[in-house]
Design a protein around this ligand. Structure first.
Ligand SMILES: [Zn+2]
Length: 277
């Protein structure tokens, strides 16, 4: 059963209960290691294990248990049977809700660390008591944890999918096209622009597929499918090294299963297999 996450920024008055701690050092999270695999830290406070924290935020409850995110003072002095695990590696071991929550935990710490000073007047910011925000007492500028929207587009032509391989030494994986939303764009405009820029083709019948928070560093991937409407595939030679249509029975090496890209390619290929049976 998937446990429910209830967000909140107001911590409980006391810390009597065992809570889930997302304790970070850089981009790595502290986990206990056992035969069952890595598990997030469960304790009243990391101080119980002799660990010092430099910043802490309350996240709400997960399955009724309080959750906190914290920055560890250093990578040393870890308790026995504990290790620092990259956030991407944790994603493969926990359910989607907990993966999303660990991404949120990481992004809140990053935002807190990067917004200690006002971007407008340089004054020192303070946390606001009524919401998760930092405010500049001098000029009243407020900052919130940022989210950068990015689109992903899977182009369908009959029973083939347009997949692209990015530049990168030894990169053999193919994926759907992706790109960032620019100021003033609708998502549809971004999808059309990115497709033209990266592979030079036209599309039609754009349809929403789903979305996934991607905390590397603070993206929300919004995934679409579209039908091929014309034009010769021309990789931009900057971001995309190679792009072509693959028959659904001959798909190349794809991104890992935790990514929405993989989920979308698999789902669309299964639909087309039904359709062209
Ligand atoms: Zn200011």
């Amino acid at each position: 059963m998937i446990k429910e996450y209830v967000p909140s920024f107001t911590p409980p008055a006391t810390r009597d209960d065992t809570a889930i701690w997302f304790a970070f050092h850089g981009g790595n999270v502290l986990v206990g290691i056992s035969d069952a695999g890595p598990a997030l830290m469960s304790c009243r406070h990391p101080g119980e294990h002799g660990l010092e924290t430099t910043r802490e935020h309350y996240l709400g409850t997960y399955g009724g248990q309080h959750c906190y995110t914290a920055e560890l003072a250093g990578p040393n002095g870890l308790p026995p049977n504990h290790a620092l695990l990259g956030l991407r590696d944790l994603f493969g071991h926990v359910d989607d809700t907990l993966a999303g929550l660990s991404g949120r935990a990481y992004q809140i710490l990053e935002w807190d660390r990067n917004h200690r000073y006002c971007g407008r007047c340089g004054g020192e910011t303070v946390p606001r008591s009524t919401e998760r925000a930092r405010e500049c007492p001098s000029c009243k500028r407020t900052s919130y944890p940022p989210v950068a929207p990015a689109i992903m587009i899977l182009i369908i032509n009959g029973r083939s999918l347009l997949l692209a391989r990015k530049f990168g030494w030894g990169n053999t994986r193919y994926s759907a096209l992706a790109g960032f939303v620019e100021p003033g764009e609708t998502l549809e405009t971004t999808v059309i622009r990115e497709t033209r820029e990266e592979v030079g083709v036209e599309i039609k019948n754009i349809r929403y597929f789903g979305s996934q928070p991607w905390p590397f560093p603070n993206n929300l991937m919004i995934a679409f499918t579209a039908e091929y409407a014309g034009g010769a595939i021309t990789p931009d030679g900057v971001e995309i090294e190679e792009a072509r249509f693959f028959d659904i029975d001959e798909l190349p090496k794809l991104p890992p299963s935790i990514s929405i890209s993989r989920r979308m390619i698999t789902a669309v290929a299964a639909d087309l297999a039904q359709q062209y049976r």
